[in-house]
Design a protein around this ligand. Sequence first.
Ligand SMILES: NC(=O)c1ccc[n+]([C@@H]2O[C@H](COP(=O)([O-])OP(=O)(O)OC[C@H]3O[C@@H](n4cnc5c(N)ncnc54)[C@H](O)[C@@H]3O)[C@@H](O)[C@H]2O)c1
Ligand SMILES: O=C(O)C(=O)C[C@]1(C(=O)O)C=C[C@@H](O)C=C1
Length: 313
Amino acid sequence: MTEVTFKRLALIGIGLIGSSIARAARQHGLAEEIVCAARTADSRRVAKELKIVDAAYDDPVEAVRGADLVIFCTPVGTYSKLAEQIAPALEQGAIVTDVGSVKAAVVKAIGPHMPDYVDFIPGHPVAGTEKSGPAAGFAELFINRWCILTPTDTARDEAVEKLSAFWSAMGSKVETMDAEHHDLVLAITSHIPHLIAYNIVGTADDLEDVTQSEVIKYSAGGFRDFTRIAASDPTMWRDVFLHNKEAVLEMLGRFTEDLAQLQRAIRWDDGDTLFKIFSRTRAIRRQIIDAGQETPEPDFGRVHSADESPKKP
Ligand SMILES: NC(=O)c1ccc[n+]([C@@H]2O[C@H](COP(=O)([O-])OP(=O)(O)OC[C@H]3O[C@@H](n4cnc5c(N)ncnc54)[C@H](O)[C@@H]3O)[C@@H](O)[C@H]2O)c1
Ligand SMILES: O=C(O)C(=O)C[C@]1(C(=O)O)C=C[C@@H](O)C=C1
């Protein structure tokens, strides 16, 4: 089995994801020392009070000194500057990785600054919530969730194995893929859904004939779910869209075409088309639950069995 104990784990940024890694790494004994760099005095204080790190620095250079695992856990727009800053202080043989939600732009932002005596392996835990900050993290966040690694040609195989073992020890299922492919897949499974949520909640807020208090008062399941997603961190998501522009625009084009099909079906009372599309998407939800990607909800009041379609109106 690959050895997964690191000497010093340095987390650059200690928000939701950084603090979840700190908690999980500590719980599973994956690092002898866990330190972080945080911009604000408040984050450093909270991280220390919660005892999730051994030390918290304002200077990222101090955090990475002597670290054999360095993880960027800040919004992706900050990576390039931070990489340039920490590069001279990186330890020989250190593994440098990140948790950013996009990958090709991260390779471009961090890669050129990395000395050839470190292994740079971009990564993305596909797990999160709409919350931010060091108090929002929890050790169980990565359990049964995918972590995608997009290793560059220069990273040594043993370093990739060690990093995979680190994520597996925190409960993740690890997969490797090409950075560009990652960005295309995540554009449709994560980035566009967030864009839709931001848009629908914004639209509801702009309506003249429906008051804001009515939107809040009558927000039932569907809209409420969108508001959770639309409450996600604005800085993080601004950076995701600015750094996965092509894949998002490509998927948005497809999405718009499909939306026009639904619009046409409603306009022309084409119930068959609506029913067909809704049945297909219902089956996808079932597949996600069957694959263990979603906690099944209680079956109270359920009228149809899993593979039974509702009766046509
Ligand atoms: N939130 C999610 O659901 C999720 C899931 C997977 C991956 N990610 C990725 O994880 C990264 C962090 O997201 P998060 O949800 O933990 O965000 P967060 O807002 O909870 O934490 C971000 C941290 O970065 C710090 N920071 C911001 N700008 C900085 C700068 N210029 N220099 C130094 N520190 C700075 C903040 O102070 C904070 O400690 C992002 O790259 C995001 O794409 C997020
Ligand atoms: O569940 C949520 O709140 C999330 O938004 C998590 C989510 C996602 O879209 O699945 C968000 C961004 C990530 O990079 C990975 C996970």
